[in-house]
Each structure stands twice: as C-alpha cells, then as structure tokens.
Design a protein around this ligand. Structure first.
Ligand code: HPA
Length: 273
C-alpha cells in the first residue's frame, strides 16, 4: 500500500478509537482564531499528540488539537493549530489533517489564515474571501504516486473555491455588516517574509494576499472532492508597502484584534451551510 495512505488510514483508526462523531464541515483555524472552540458546543477534543503518526506543530500559538462539536446545529471538526511546510514536514504531512477530516466524513473544508495584503485597498484587519489561488511557489502535495483511493491523477482546479459557498459567505458578511473583500491568495513557503521585490512580482501576477499556508490544503482537499471555501485575515501590508519591517508579533496582534469579527463571520457562514 502507498505509505502516505497507510499513515492516513492509521490516523483515521486512531481517531475512531476515541470518537464516532461525523462532521459535515471541517474548519482550519488560522492565527488568532485559536479560541473559536468557545463558540462551539464541544462533543470531543483530541490532541494531535494522541493520534499515532500525526504531525504536531512547533510554532508558538499553533499547539494543536481537533475539536469536534456543533456550530449551531452543524456538526463540525475544527483544527486548532496546523502544521506549516516551513517547519520542515514533508508536504504530505502538511495536508494530512485535511485528508483525515475528509475521511472522517467532512464534505466541506473551511480554510482560514492570516496574510499580508498586496491589494492597495486592503489594510490590517481586512477580511478577504479567497476566490482563487496561486500555488506554484509551494510544492504540490499531489506529487508522487497518485493515491487512487483519494482522487484522480490530474484533478481539475477551475473551481477550487466553491461558488455556492462563496455566495453564502458574502450573504453572511452582508447580514452581519462585516466588510468582506475578495481576491487571489498566494502561498509561499516562508518562514521568511517576502522581499519587496517578491511582493512587486506577486502584485504583477495578480495576487491580493500572501501567506504561508492554505493552498496546499486546498489542493489536497480538491483532489478528494471536498467543497472548499476560505477567508484570509489581512494582518499587515506586505513587505515594502510601508516603511516598517514585518514581525510575527505584529501579525499575531492584528489577528487577535480581528478575531471577534472573524469568529462571527465564520459562525454565521457555517450556520448557513
Ligand atoms: N507574508 C506572508 N505571510 C504572512 C504575512 C506576510 O506579509 N502576514 C501574515 N502572514
């Protein structure tokens, strides 16, 4: 059997020893959203450490567990903490949680993240509905023998971000009076922030927000036929767009400040799914 698929099925078995909860929506909580569990009627929590072979994050603020429960009446599984490629994990490990949540039953993947804004209309605290992505700066998670049990060799990527889910999120934002911008997200590997010249390049390519996550998960989930949506919280203007150097502390402070509105938008969207 394929070693990656083997590891994945072992993780599924490990989770199933602890809960038989079947989520409909899988939610990946980005920076600042860690306490979203408080908005969930929690049924079960599983530390990543307790899942055999599961990748565990080393980034401060990303300590990890799965939270199973209900947002309103919608069964969800939330990832509190994700692993990033820049931590040194193989890309197959980075996307393993998304694959796992699909195998636990989730049909929808809701991705959230913190990003740097390139679109001049954005500022710290802007929410951006991800309408498309640029993936070619990070390794494609589907490289290697295709795992036929998960999906096809050459998946179509025309509508990675589901248009119906996008409409639902737009309506939720409108109802809550939350301003929601839209745009293209690019994942770079990090962990260094981009140089001003790289940001200029990305702007030329049509990128609106840049970060170090999300796209590889979206590719793996699309491969498996999940419906995907994503919102990025712009935490800073990208390198070279202001005179200030970028810091992780600044990103986290902006993410924390935006969190209450972000959580509201998340809940109001998921309720409507
Ligand atoms: N670049 C990449 N990732 C980020 C940024 C950024 O400016 N801000 C938050 N995450």
């Amino acid at each position: 059997m394929n070693a990656i698929y083997d590891k994945l099925t072992k993780c599924v078995e490990s989770v199933r020893k602890r809960t038989d909860f079947v989520p409909k929506v899988a939610i990946v909580l980005g920076s600042g959203l860690g306490d979203y569990a408080n908005d969930i009627k929690v049924e079960c929590e599983i530390d990543y450490h307790d899942i055999e072979g599961f990748p565990v994050s080393t980034v401060p603020g990303h300590a990890g567990k799965f939270i199973f429960g209900y947002v309103d009446s919608v069964p969800v599984v939330c990832m509190k903490g994700r692993v990033h490629y820049y931590e040194g994990y193989p890309i197959s490990d980075v996307v393993m949680p998304a694959r796992l949540m699909k195998l636990l039953g989730a049909e929808i993947l809701f991705l959230t993240n913190a990003s740097g804004g390139l679109n001049p209309e954005f500022s710290a605290g802007t929410f951006m509905l991800i309408t498309d992505h640029i993936s070619c700066f990070a390794p494609n998670p589907l490289i290697g023998p295709n795992i036929d049990e998960l999906g096809t060799r050459f998946p179509d990527m025309t509508h990675v971000y589901d248009t119906d889910l996008q409409d639902i999120i737009r309506n939720a934002a409108k109802n809550e009076g939350i301003t929601l911008k839209e745009g293209v997200y690019a994942q770079l590997t990090g962990p260094s922030f981009e140089s001003p010249a790289e940001i200029k390049m990305l702007r030329t390519l049509g990128v609106d927000a840049v970060g170090m996550s999300t796209v590889v998960e979206a590719i793996a989930a699309n491969h498996m036929g999940m419906k995907i949506c994503g919102i990025s919280c712009v935490c800073n203007l990208a390198a070279g767009m202001t005179a200030n150097p970028l810091t992780h502390d600044e990103v986290q402070a902006a993410a924390n400040e935006a969190a209450p509105k972000f959580k509201k938008l998340l809940t109001e969207s998921v309720k409507r799914f």
